[in-house]
Design a binder for this molecule. Structure first.
Ligand code: NAD
Length: 279
């Protein structure tokens, strides 16, 4: 059983963001050669420099759009020439849009005067954006980068879902549905590739306290949780947020031969959130 990841080549989309930059660092710490893809080329070029100087392992940052096949094919040419053939793909680019988010959690009679705050105010443009980024933004990089793995009859793909794929969170209808589609696609592709030596799994992170949501979840002055933050903590059996670094163990497990007979699973890393009924 080969559990040594060193010198493997991993492509990570959304690597300029909070979660995937932490994933890239943890892979580099294991000696993995990392190809960092993001629409924000400046962020991934800087991250690649930092990784090379910190971990002494080759890393390349490439500006690429996960919704554009030519852009991904161009990135693949660069990656193949600088790092070699691809062993792992982490589909991390994703996110929500305010255009597909309702203002109210549950519709009440009092909302009949202001339907824009409810389901009826959400915009198709928002649904298109969220489904494109999360679903097609996983599909397309897989079409481009999995070819190397199929050629070698060896490889592992990890999609980034969310615990709201199992049970939707209030307000974010499109994001929840798009992540549910990721789970379904993960199972579909796992079966499709099962005789080709390529495994396909997903991680479903729970609530992580990051720079982006800190202002929503904690009071800036007191450091105490906001009402939404309190609700989250109350519904997380471990009674705390996770950190991007806490996804590392599950990621390494899914990429390595420790999970050689595991394909088509979505692993929650959520402090028990998805297991808890609230009672
Ligand atoms: P983030 O916004 O910090 O990172 C997302 C990255 O994707 C950004 O760097 C962005 O530039 C990049 N990106 C956006 N559109 C792109 C495109 N078209 N092509 C290429 N790159 C593009 O988000 P994050 O919190 O690090 O989330 C990473 C993943 O984890 C996402 O799939 C997200 O849905 C999922 N997730 C996050 C949380 C959380 O609490 N933060 C929880 C569950 C799941």
């Amino acid at each position: 059983m080969n559990t040594n990841l060193s010198h493997k080549v991993a492509v990570i989309t959304g690597a300029g963001g909070v979660i995937c930059s932490a994933m890239a660092r943890s892979l580099a710490a294991m000696g993995v050669k990392t190809a960092l893809l993001d629409i924000n080329s400046v962020a991934v070029e800087k991250l690649a420099e930092d990784i090379e100087s910190e971990f002494k392992v080759i890393s390349v940052g490439v500006g690429a759009n996960v919704l554009n096949k030519e852009s991904l094919q161009h990135a693949k040419e660069i990656i193949n020439s600088k790092l070699g053939s691809v062993d792992y793909l982490i589909n991390g680019a994703g996110g929500n849009s305010p255009l597909a988010t309702s203002s109210v959690e549950q519709m009440l009679d009092s909302d009949l005067e202001n339907l824009d705050e409810t389901f009826f105010g959400m915009k198709m443009e928002g649904f298109d954006k969220v489904f494109d980024l999360n679903f097609k933004g996983t599909l397309l990089p897989t079409m481009v980068f999995a070819t190397d793995m199929i050629d070698k009859k060896e490889g592992s793909i990890v999609n980034v879902s969310s615990m709201n794929s199992y049970r939707p969170l209030t307000r974010i209808a499109a994001y929840s549905a798009a992540k549910a589609a990721i789970n379904n696609f993960t199972q579909w592709l796992a079966v499709h590739f099962s005789k080709m030596g390529v495994r396909v799994n997903a991680i479903a992170p729970g609530f992580l306290l990051t720079n982006q949501n800190r202002f929503l979840l904690t009071d800036e002055e007191t450091g105490e949780p906001t009402p939404r933050g309190k609700k989250i903590i109350k519904n997380t059996p471990m009674e705390r947020y996770g950190t991007p670094e806490e996804l590392q163990g599950t990621l390494l497990y899914l990429l390595s031969d420790w999970s050689a007979f595991v394909t088509g699973v979505v692993i929650p890393v959520d402090g028990g959130f998805s297991a808890y009924s609230g009672v």
